[in-house]
Structure formats: structure tokens, C-alpha cells
Write a protein that binds this ligand. Structure first.
Ligand code: GTP
Ligand code: MG
Length: 207
């Protein structure tokens, strides 16, 4: 996909404040610091479209970006951020789950996972939660440049096996590096195909 335009639209504190749900929307979710904002910038070929930080917990609001005037890319706050109070963490979780359950134009959720780690309980639980609620999702492994190719492959295989313990099939899986701009085209191809399908079938989101 050629990115002709990518513009920040707004930051919202809750799903009710998000831009009108009239275009297909794709959202990035994952633990704090996993690389959501960096990957959005890599996909959009813009350095500072989404704010990134070495300190976890940078993205605390729902950020909407409008791409090619056709679809929304959404940067969600990271879950599992340890350095906030329990109450604050619950508030974040609520903001995220409410958004996912109520956003009518959300076509696909991309769950980002740091490729360096063994499967973490919080991610597996979140993926289970998506399954229970019938949320369509794909998995994106991030920071692939931080591992040697063989180690990356091994970790992805390990993750797949972990998922297959509870799932009959596997979701779409992407291996990416924002640093090296790897894997971004594949994600954009998926979005192109999905948008075309929605168009051909005249899918309208507004009730
Ligand atoms: P929150 O907004 O806090 O939830 O974090 P986030 O998931 O948006 O992470 P962000 O994109 O801000 O990146 C976190 C840190 O990881 C930054 O220091 C990035 O430079 C680094 N990082 C992100 N993606 C990559 C990558 O593909 N390779 C490498 N080497 N570093 C990365
Ligand atoms: Mg972020």
C-alpha cells in the first residue's frame, strides 16, 4: 500500500470521544514499551507521528490516525504497565476493553508481542479474552532486529505451540522490526485486502 497521507486526528480518553466510526479501523495493542507507536511510525514512514519513548507508559490515551483519508490506525495505551497504581491500572484496562467491545468500526486488532520474551501470562490472557469476546485479531512480533534470525524463528515457533495448547488454529502472524522497517508491508497488504473486501461488500459501520 502506498501511504499518500497519514495524519493525527485526536487523542481520546474513552471510546465515546473517538472520531466518528464511519471508516474501517485497525488498532495496535500490547504491553507498554512493546513498540506499538514505533511500528505505526515505521508503517506510515513518519518519524514522529505517534509519540514513542524508552520509558513505558508513554501512550495513555486512544490515538487516532487517518490514513489515505480511508481508514483509521489506532494507537492504544499499553496494558500491564507496572509503575501506576492498581486503581489507575484498572482504569486503563477498562478504557481498553470498553474501546474494543464498543468501537463499531474496529475491523481488526493487532496484538503486539516482544519477540525476545517467552510467552507472558498477561499477553496469553489478553489473547484468550479476545477469543472469548469474538474479537478478530492478529499477532505482531516486534523488535525482531534484537535477535539473530534463528532465535527469532525459534521464539515464534515456541509461541505458536503455546497458543495451540488452547486454540484450534493460529491467527495471522507477522514478524516485524520498526528499527529495520521489516514486516510493515505485510501488515499493510492485509489492511489493503481487508479494506477492498469491505468496500466490495458495501459494509457500512454507521447504524
Ligand atoms: P507505550 O506507549 O508506553 O505503551 O509503548 P509503545 O508500545 O508505544 O512502545 P514505543 O514504540 O514507544 O517503543 C518503546 C521502545 O522500544 C523505544 O525505545 C523504541 O525505540 C524501542 N523500539 C520499538 N520498536 C523497536 C524495534 O523494532 N527495534 C528496536 N531495536 N527497538 C524498538
Ligand atoms: Mg506508545
Amino acid at each position: 500500500m502506498q501511504i499518500k497521507s497519514a495524519n493525527f486526528v485526536k487523542s481520546s480518553q474513552k471510546w465515546q470521544d473517538c472520531p466518528e466510526a464511519n471508516l474501517p479501523e485497525y488498532a495496535f495493542i500490547g504491553r507498554s514499551n512493546v513498540g506499538k507507536s514505533s511500528l505505526i511510525n515505521a508503517m506510515m514512514n513518519k518519524k514522529d507521528l505517534a509519540k514513542t519513548s524508552q520509558t513505558p507508559g508513554k501512550t495513555q490515551l486512544i490515538n487516532h490516525f487517518l490514513v489515505n483519508e480511508e481508514w483509521y490506525l489506532t494507537d492504544l495505551p499499553g496494558y500491564g504497565y507496572a509503575k501506576v497504581s492498581k486503581v489507575q491500572r484498572k482504569d486503563f484496562e477498562k478504557l481498553i476493553t470498553n474501546y474494543i467491545l464498543n468501537r463499531k468500526n474496529l475491523v481488526n486488532l493487532f496484538v503486539l508481542i516482544d519477540i525476545r520474551h517467552t510467552p507472558q501470562k498477561i499477553d496469553i490472557e489478553f489473547i484468550e479474552w479476545c477469543g472469548e469476546h469474538g474479537i478478530p485479531f492478529s499477532i505482531i512480533f516486534t523488535k525482531a532486529d534484537k535477535l539473530k534470525p534463528n532465535a527469532a524463528i525459534k521464539n515464534v515457533e515456541h509461541y505458536k505451540n503455546e497458543l495451540l495448547k488452547t486454540w484450534d488454529g493460529l491467527p495471522e502472524i507477522y514478524v516485524t522490526s520498526a528499527e529495520k522497517k521489516e514486516g510493515t508491508e505485510e501488515i499493510l497488504d492485509f489492511i489493503t485486502i481487508t479494506n477492498d473486501f469491505l468496500k466490495q461488500n458495501n459494509v457500512q459501520f454507521n447504524e
